[in-house]
Structure formats: structure tokens, C-alpha cells
Design a protein. Structure first.
Length: 292
């Protein structure tokens, strides 16, 4: 785990926890009926940083290829970074038991309103990129600019698309699976205990399996938002992807960025489905060009 301290604010009292490469402040904000946990660092234009599915922005993911933690220092030099745990992830509870991409986007919009953020930048990886994109569709006037880092695979309207078949095989043991096979799924996780250690202290024992059952229902089939909705995103938007990403094809990326009124496409050479330093630098360059 990387070094560094997080400062937890409780009234006027502050406590320190380890796990981040720079000092961050830990807070919670009440929005859309629940309390969202987040850490923040830096100053300037606000940058909402969204994590992918099955992980969080908590310290256990610092240094992991799916986490933003190791990149906070580079981003906080230029922006007021707000790294949120989305509903049902990490330290943000999900009392309703409902999860969906639309709900993630509605939550994000509520958080922006609750924090009184003026046209924030929004960058998300994987599920976080999907959420940022949907927010751009339903509230196009809100974001200053958007980065979708490998999160466009879920907009394919074809229920038999290769990504859905791949996920059904991962979750259910067959490309045609209709329900979760948790033992099969967990056997393919590199570090299943990390997920449990991140989610279950807040969510309760056994929660991670419940969470996987919930996301199976919307990861493995098309949702209401599709490729046809991309022209609704009027904010500047960067679509960023590794050239070896098994989830997001370059062909789809090219097709979708061309639908955007203000789109750019970035390709990270030699990268799979992961956040890399090169990808972060490409994202950082884009965000700096769109911070005014």
C-alpha cells in the first residue's frame, strides 16, 4: 500500500489514516437520500474522479491498476480533486438495494448539486466512465468536460455483443448464462479478499456477493442508453482507451467519438483495461486544455 495520510474531518477534530500518496481530506455528503463518502485534495477547478465497478476510491486500491489513488498527486497539482465512492461501493452504503447506471448518474448529479460545484470536470474509469457519459446525456449543461476512460462498452444495444457474452461467461460460467455463478466468478478474481476487505466493513458481512448479484443484472445486457444517445453530449468529451482493452474495442471508440459534437479520442498504446500513468497523463493534458 502506498504511503501518505488521509485527514478525516469530524467536526473540528481530525484523524489520520494511511493509504494515499498525498494528504487528502475525507468527508461525506448527503445527496439523493444517502451519504456519499469521498476524499479530496488540491485546489482550483473541481474534478470529480469516478472509480470502476467492484472497486472504490478507498485506500485499499491505491497502486492497483483499477484504482485512482496512485494518480491523485499528479491530478491534485492542477485541480480540486473529489474522489467519490459510488452507491454500494466501498464506504458508501446502498440502503435501497438498487443499482443501475441511471441511478449512478442521478446520484452524481445530486452530489454535484449538494457540493454546489460549478461546472465540474468529470473523469471516470470503466463503470465510472459510463456514469460520466450518462450524466453528459441527461444533464449536458452540468459538466465542463468529460473523460470516459474505458467505459463505453455498456452502450452497445446488441444483447449478443461480444462484451456481454464475455461478462456472462465471467459471472455465470457460460456466454449464455442468465444468473450468477459466484464460485466461478470469484475463482477468476486475482485478489477477492481485497474486494471483501474494502466493501464489507461498511456494507456488512456477505455484501460483496450480494453486490455481484446486483451488477450481474445490468452488466450482462444492454441498458436504456445506447450509441444513439451520444449526440446528446454537448460538453467536450475525451474517449480514452487502451489499444489492447478486451472490453472496449477501438472500432467502437472511433464510431462513438465521431458522434460527439465536441469529441476527442485517445488511445493508450500497449494498455489493457486499466488506468496507466500514460493514460492519466493523456487525460490530464485534455483536462487542462478544458478547465476554462
Amino acid at each position: 500500500m502506498a504511503g501518505g495520510l488521509a485527514l478525516i474531518e469530524k467536526g473540528s477534530e481530525r484523524m489520520a489514516i494511511s493509504g494515499y500518496p498525498i494528504p487528502v481530506t475525507e468527508r461525506a455528503v448527503h445527496a439523493n437520500g444517502i451519504d456519499f463518502w469521498y476524499v479530496e485534495a488540491g485546489a482550483g477547478v473541481p474534478l470529480l474522479l469516478l472509480h470502476g465497478g467492484t472497486v472504490s476510491n478507498g485506500p485499499l486500491w491505491t497502486g492497483h491498476k483499477y484504482g485512482w489513488g496512485a494518480h491523485l498527486a499528479a491530478l491534485a497539482k492542477h485541480f480540486h480533486v473529489i474522489a467519490l465512492d459510488t452507491r454500494g461501493h466501498g464506504r458508501t452504503r446502498n440502503p435501497s438495494g438498487e443499482l443501475s447506471y441511471r441511478l449512478y448518474a442521478e446520484d452524481l448529479l445530486a452530489v454535484i448539486e449538494a457540493l454546489e460545484l460549478d461546472r465540474p470536470l468529470i473523469a471516470g474509469f470503466s463503470d465510472g466512465g459510463t456514469t460520466a457519459t450518462i450524466l453528459g446525456m441527461i444533464a449536458p449543461e452540468v459538466p465542463r468536460a468529460i473523460v470516459d476512460y474505458a467505459g463505453y462498452q455498456t452502450f452497445n444495444p446488441d444483447p449478443d455483443a461480444s462484451n456481454y457474452r464475455r461478462l456472462r461467461n465471467w459471472f455465470g460460467g457460460s456466454p449464455n448464462a442468465t444468473k450468477l455463478d459466484y464460485d466461478h466468478f470469484s475463482s477468476d478474481l486475482v485478489d477477492p479478499q481485497r474486494h471483501i476487505d474494502d466493501f464489507e466493513p461498511t456494507q456488512g458481512a456477505g455484501y460483496f456477493r450480494t453486490y455481484i448479484e446486483q451488477i450481474f443484472t445490468f452488466w450482462t445486457k444492454p441498458m436504456e442508453f445506447t450509441y444513439a444517445d451520444y449526440p446528446r453530449i454537448t460538453a467536450p468529451m475525451l474517449m480514452l482507451v487502451g489499444d489492447r482493452d478486451p472490453s472496449c474495442s477501438l472500432a467502437d471508440g472511433v464510431e462513438l467519438y465521431q458522434k460527439l459534437p465536441q469529441g476527442e479520442l485517445g488511445v493508450v498504446p500497449g494498455a489493457c483495461h486499466e488506468v496507466t500513468s500514460l493514460g492519466r497523463d493523456m487525460m490530464l493534458d485534455y483536462l487542462r486544455r478544458h478547465q476554462d
